[in-house]
Ligand binder design. Structure first.
Ligand SMILES: NC(=O)c1ccc[n+]([C@@H]2O[C@H](COP(=O)([O-])OP(=O)(O)OC[C@H]3O[C@@H](n4cnc5c(N)ncnc54)[C@H](O)[C@@H]3O)[C@@H](O)[C@H]2O)c1
Length: 314
């Protein structure tokens, strides 16, 4: 079996690549090392895969390619991530990497016989929807990023409806774990608390998030790829909904240090709460999150400690 993973050098894309290689897939990865965060981090992310005989890496921008590999499965993880930066003139890069790149892939694969096209969507498509967030709720994103992810999700649906491209969209809820993007809260908080540095919280910290460990996300991708479902959408949430203040307390307990927190104004585009109803994924994909936040955080802290030691050694 052959799979294409776009965004293979990013946080989720490279974990998925490694999982697919473990499962015996031949994997072709595409990534163009966008400057959202450092290239060095992404190169380290894919270093394991690069040593694998069944991995081929294409360092290209999706939009600069006219031809994509012949594969059985496409896992489309590449995107311009991050809610807060998606305003103003940055919106252009979000439109290019999230909407146009998705359309380009769908245009190409509409003519091929692939088994599944799994798209990495986001809880951001819900905006401040009623809780728990269910797939059939009205979608009103409150960030430009959310708008681009919803547009891409809609493209996946219409290429299925019109051309029969077997798409499935998975709405990820705040994914964390080793190699998490450096701009994300858990990554920033753990690093700062370990180093006794101040952390910045946007808003009063009572906002809640449904945190999802990356292993559960890669599992959902595999199950979606193997399912009979086409044109569907599923929530992929970790079942660990806690407030940002509670998250900080948990990290303090694990690290054994007190956090120094600076509260600043809530950022535009941030939703108040997220909470996934995952009963649809459970019923249809037989997927359920397994890793609770306490366990996931412990694994994250262990990983970041090792990273800090590596960096000290140079
Ligand atoms: N991390 C989360 O909590 C989260 C939550 C919801 C949805 N998602 C979605 O999951 C996917 C992966 O997120 P992540 O956190 O791993 O992000 P990431 O930024 O770590 O990875 C994305 C990768 O895509 C690459 N990329 C972007 N545009 C490209 C293009 N045009 N051509 C080739 N490569 C390109 C980037 O260089 C990067 O390596 C994204 O689609 C994101 O929107 C993530």
């Amino acid at each position: 079996m052959k799979a294409l993973v776009t965004g293979c050098a990013g946080f989720i894309g490279n974990h998925l690549t490694e999982r697919l290689l473990k499962e015996g897939f031949e994997v072709i990865g595409i990534d163009c090392f966008t400057d959202y965060y450092s290239r060095e981090i992404k190169e380290a992310n894919i270093s394991n895969a690069l040593n694998h005989k069944n991995f081929e890496f294409i360092e290209e921008d999706i939009l600069s390619l006219d031809d994509f590999p012949d594969v059985d499965y496409v896992f489309h993880e590449a995107a311009q991530a991050g809610v807060r930066k998606s305003w103003g003139e940055n919106f252009e890069v979000y439109t290019i990497n999230n909407v146009l790149a998705t359309q380009k892939l769908l245009e190409f694969y509409k003519l091929k016989r692939i088994k599944k096209f799994v798209f990495a969507s986001s809880s951001s498509v819900y905006g401040d929807a009623e809780l728990p967030m269910r797939e059939d709720r009205l979608l009103k994103p409150v960030s430009p990023y959310g708008v681009t992810k919803l547009a891409a999700e809609n493209l996946c649906y219409l290429y299925w409806k019109n051309y029969g491209v077997p798409t499935v969209s998975l709405r990820y809820f705040t994914v964390y774990g080793p190699r998490q993007r450096p701009d994300m809260a858990i990554h920033r908080f753990v690093k700062a608390i370990l180093n006794d540095e101040e952390i910045t919280v946007y808003g009063d910290g009572t906002q809640t998030r449904d945190f999802t460990f990356f292993d559960d996300v890669t599992e959902a991708n595999i199950l979606a790829a193997n399912s009979e479902i086409e044109g569907g959408v599923f929530n992929v949430g970790g079942g660990s909904r806690i407030s940002v203040n509670e998250l900080i307390n948990e990290i303090e307990k694990i690290v054994g240090n007190k956090a120094r927190v600076k509260y600043v104004e809530k950022q535009k585009g941030d939703v108040k709460n997220t909470w996934a109803d995952v009963s649809k994924a459970e019923a249809i994909l037989n997927w359920k999150p397994k890793i609770k936040i306490e366990e996931g955080l412990k694994r994250f802290v262990e990983w970041i400690k090792l990273e800090c030691e590596k960096n000290k050694r140079g």
